[in-house]
Design a protein around this ligand. Structure first.
Ligand SMILES: Nc1ncnc2c1ncn2[C@@H]1O[C@H](COP(=O)(O)OP(=O)(O)OP(=O)(O)O)[C@@H](O)[C@H]1O
Ligand SMILES: [Mg+2]
Length: 369
C-alpha cells in the first residue's frame, strides 16, 4: 500500500509546457479519479506516476519515496490501459503469470496468486484461452487480473472501459468498485466520463489545460463547484447557466436577467452591477403546481422537447430566448409546446462571476455559500 504525491510537477514536450505545476496528495487506500476533457493532461500525469514519462520539473513520490528517476518496474505499481495490452500468443494464464515470472516468483506462488485473482474476477474458466478468443469485457478482466496478481502498492487505470459498450461499461464499473472495496489498493483512475468519475471516486481531480481546476469528493464537486468549468463539467444533464447582472438596491440584492425578469438573491461579496452567471441544476426546476410552499422563484417557460428516460423526463424549455433543461418526474409534464411555470428555490442557486468564472460566496446566513 502507498500514498502518491505530486509536487509542483511540470511536463514539457519539446519546449511546450503541457502540465503547469500540479501538486496533489493521494492517500493510502484512496480511489482518486482524474477527469477532464481530451488533451487536458490526464494520461501524461498518470504516465509520470508510472514512470513511462519523465518529469520535466517537480517531484513524484510513491510512499514518501521520490521516484523521479526510478524505472517503472521498480515503482511497485500496476497499470491497466484502454487497449489492455495483452500478449496475443499467450493464454490468459500465461498473460497473467508473465509479470510474476519476470520477477522470479516461485511456481507455487504464481499458482496461488493466479487462482486468487481469477477467482475474484470470475475468469477461472477462461484461463486456457488466448485473448483473441475473449470478449472485450473478458479481455478487460484479464488485464485487471494481470495487475492484481502482482499485488502492487498502487493501481493506475487509463480509461480502462472506453472500448466497451454501454452496458458492459456499467458492469465493469461495478466490478472495479467491488475490487477496490476488497483490495483497498491506492488507485488513480483516468476517465473523461464524469459519471464514471462520480460513481467510482473517493475524490476527483478535475483538470483543464494542464491545470487542476478542483479536487474534492464527488459530493463537493457537485454541491460546491469552484468555478464555471467544474459546474458545467460535473452533472448530467449539465447545470443551466443563466447570465445576469448582480444589482443591489436599498440593501436588496437581485439578479437581473432581463429588465422584466429579476430574481431576488441573498447578498454576495460582489460589486454592484457586476456580470454574473446563475447556475441551476436541472433537478432543481419543477412545475409550479407541484410545489407546496411559496418562497421560490417562478420562471414562465415553454416546453420545447421532452426526452422521457423512464425514471424521469428531461424537458428542454424556453424562456424568452433562454434555454433551460429541467429534470422532471414523469407525468408532471405532458407534451412539448406547453406553457409551464418552472420554480426553484434560491437556496439551490450557484453563483459565479462571469469574468473568470469563480464561484462567489453568499454573505447571508442560511443561504448557499
Ligand atoms: N509524446 C507527446 N509529444 C508531444 N505532446 C504530447 C505528447 N503526449 C501528449 N502530448 C500533449 O500533452 C497534452 C496532454 O495530453 P494527454 O495525453 O495527457 O491528454 P489526456 O487528458 O489524456 O487526453 P485524452 O482524454 O484525449 O486521452 C496534449 O496537449 C497532448 O497533445
Ligand atoms: Mg489520455
Amino acid at each position: 500500500m502507498a500514498t502518491i504525491e505530486l509536487k509542483d510537477v511540470i511536463k514539457s514536450y519539446g519546449g511546450v509546457e503541457v502540465i503547469h505545476g500540479v501538486s496533489l496528495e493521494i492517500a493510502d487506500h484512496e480511489f482518486m479519479v482524474f477527469v477532464g476533457p481530451s488533451g487536458c493532461g490526464k494520461s501524461t500525469l498518470l504516465r509520470m506516476v508510472a514512470g513511462l514519462e519523465t518529469v520535466t520539473d517537480g517531484d513524484v513520490l510513491i510512499g514518501d519515496k521520490q521516484v523521479n528517476a526510478l524505472e517503472p518496474r521498480y515503482r511497485d505499481i500496476a497499470m491497466v490501459f484502454q487497449d489492455y495490452a495483452l500478449y496475443p500468443h499467450m493464454t490468459v494464464r500465461e498473460n497473467m503469470a508473465f509479470g510474476l515470472k519476470m520477477r522470479k516468483a516461485s511456481d507455487a506462488e504464481v499458482k496461488e496468486r493466479l487462482a486468487e485473482a481469477a477467482d475474484i474476477l470470475q475468469i477461472t474458466p477462461l484461463l486456457d484461452r488466448k485473448p483473441g478468443q475473449l470478449s472485450g469485457g473478458q479481455r478487460q478482466r484479464v488485464a485487471m487480473g494481470r495487475a492484481i496478481v502482482r499485488r502492487p502498492s498502487a493501481f493506475l487505470f487509463d480509461e480502462p472501459l472506453s472500448n466497451l459498450d454501454a452496458k458492459l461499461r456499467v458492469d465493469m464499473r461495478t466490478q472495479i468498485k467491488r475490487l477496490h472495496a476488497l483490495l483497498k489498493t491506492t488507485t488513480i483512475y483516468v476517465t473523461h466520463d464524469q459519471v464514471e468519475a462520480m460513481t467510482l471516486a473517493d475524490r476527483i481531480t478535475v483538470l483543464r489545460n494542464g491545470y487542476i481546476e478542483q479536487v474534492g469528493t464527488p459530493f463537493d464537486l457537485y454541491e460546491r463547484p469552484a468555478n464555471l468549468f467544474v459546474a458545467e463539467f460535473i452533472g448530467s444533464p449539465a447545470m443551466n447557466m443563466v447570465k445576469a447582472r448582480y444589482v443591489v438596491e436599498d440593501g436588496k440584492a437581485e439578479a437581473v436577467i432581463r429588465d422584466d425578469l429579476r430574481i431576488t438573491l441573498p447578498q454576495y461579496r460582489l460589486q454592484n452591477g457586476v456580470e454574473v452567471v446563475l447556475g441551476i441544476r436541472p433537478e432543481h426546476l419543477e412545475p409550479s403546481q407541484f410545489r407546496a410552499h411559496g418562497d421560490a422563484i417562478t420562471l414562465p417557460a415553454m416546453t420545447k422537447i421532452l426526452e422521457p428516460l423512464g425514471s424521469d423526463v428531461i424537458a428542454l424549455c424556453e424562456l424568452g430566448g433562454l434555454e433551460l433543461t429541467a429534470r422532471l418526474t414523469p407525468g408532471r409534464v405532458s407534451r412539448a409546446g406547453e406553457s409551464i411555470d418552472l420554480v426553484f428555490d434560491t437556496a439551490h442557486i450557484h453563483l459565479f462571476e462571469a469574468q473568470g468564472g469563480r464561484r462567489v460566496q453568499a454573505l447571508t446566513h442560511n443561504s448557499v455559500q
